[in-house]
Design a protein around this ligand. Structure first.
Ligand code: SF4
Ligand code: SF4
Length: 332
């Protein structure tokens, strides 16, 4: 049973504003399940202003990053977001990009210059075997070179440099590689979970638990009992606001009790039963409390978030739980 003591979302510290769920890629590790199949829905300029105004009122906010999907699919909105943040005094730590648009040196440099002129101080460029299924390394390297030129070395983060270094040494930079091919060339044994060790930041949630569970140890659903999630759900050090204004805390996309209209609502079990069950007792409480008819996967789960996602998909089909949103996240 959930606690009857109402709570709320603590002050926001640092996080991302997602301009869209749409992406050029459909990376197998994507926590937010972005893809080219998602609608062309972008956070509108008025919503960007509303989201940033709400964030500007947060007393403990250190900074934000701009992300997608792939935020550069909507340059106008992206430039607006950078200018709007600057006007409101919000620090934009970086723009996250997958470099899909970096087709030649000149246009890449010019685009980074436009971003800098709008007020951006830095970028994060993604480099992984998952991205390399869609983006040849030459584009990633071009993005890094041009960004260092425009923002200076301290204004560029490669995520991650170790992976980029290994790919540079062993992969053909002029073409993409399927994951099967790149892991074979790099002698990464997915069956021994080496793919997860190679990309040490992976989160067992979102698309990763749908497509990358090979080699991971699975445990029965019941074994995740007594693993409450309050700490994670109240963690605001890496929150996200999605293109519909929904707030996600922790590493918990698809669960939203707050939005840019009210980032700190009163949270009680009547209004937000899913959140409260998870906060109090974790996914097994959610299962026992709200989804007794849920039939867990007999193969087990690689982590509690894997189980949680499976139960939430089941609950979402009932249409009863408004806090399980948006559609984009739960769509297959
Ligand atoms: S991980 Fe990034 S590049 Fe890959 S699908 Fe997700 S948003 Fe797109
Ligand atoms: S089990 Fe669910 S609520 Fe708990 S941390 Fe994982 S995704 Fe978040």
């Amino acid at each position: 049973m959930s606690s009857t003591t109402p709570t709320t979302i603590p002050p926001l510290l640092s996080g991302g504003v997602m301009l869209t769920y749409r992406c050029t890629n459909e990376c197998k590790h994507c926590l937010y399940r972005c893809s080219p199949r998602q609608d062309k829905h972008f956070l509108s300029e008025s919503m960007i202003d509303a989201a940033l105004s709400a964030l500007a009122s947060e007393p403990s906010l250190h900074g934000i990053h701009l992300a997608g999907g792939e935020a550069t699919l909507h340059w106008k909105g992206l430039l607006h977001a950078i200018r709007s943040a600057r006007r409101l005094g919000i620090v934009v730590d970086y723009l996250e990009t997958n470099a899909s648009w970096c087709n030649d040196d000149r246009s890449t440099r010019e685009s980074f210059l436009r971003l800098r002129e709008a007020g951006l101080d830095g970028v994060l460029i993604s480099a992984s075997l998952f991205h390399n299924e869609f983006i040849p390394l030459a584009k990633t390297k071009r993005a890094v070179r041009a960004a260092r030129d425009v923002f200076g070395p301290r204004g560029v983060v490669v995520w991650t440099p170790e992976v980029l270094d290994r790919m540079e040494r062993e992969l053909d930079e002029n073409r993409v590689h399927s994951l099967d091919e790149s892991t074979r060339i790099l002698r990464i044994d997915s069956a021994r979970a080496e793919l997860w060790r190679f990309h040490g930041y992976l989160t067992p949630n979102g698309r990763a638990v749908e497509q990358l569970t090979e080699g991971l140890i699975r445990r029965p659903a019941e074994s995740y009992r007594n693993e409450p999630c309050r700490r994670t759900l109240e963690d605001t050090t890496h929150f996200h606001i999605d293109p519909f204004g929904n707030l996600f805390t922790g590493q918990c996309p698809g669960i939203s009790v707050a939005n840019i209209g009210n980032l700190h609502p009163t949270i009680d079990a009547d209004r937000f039963p899913v959140y409260c069950q998870l906060a109090e007792g974790g996914p097994v409480w959610l299962w026992r409390g709200l989804a007794p008819d849920f039939d867990p996967d007999p193969r087990g789960y690689v982590g509690k978030c894997h189980l949680c996602l499976d139960i939430r998909k089941h609950l979402r089909r009932t249409g009863r739980y408004e806090e399980l949103r948006p559609d984009e996240y739960y769509r297959d």
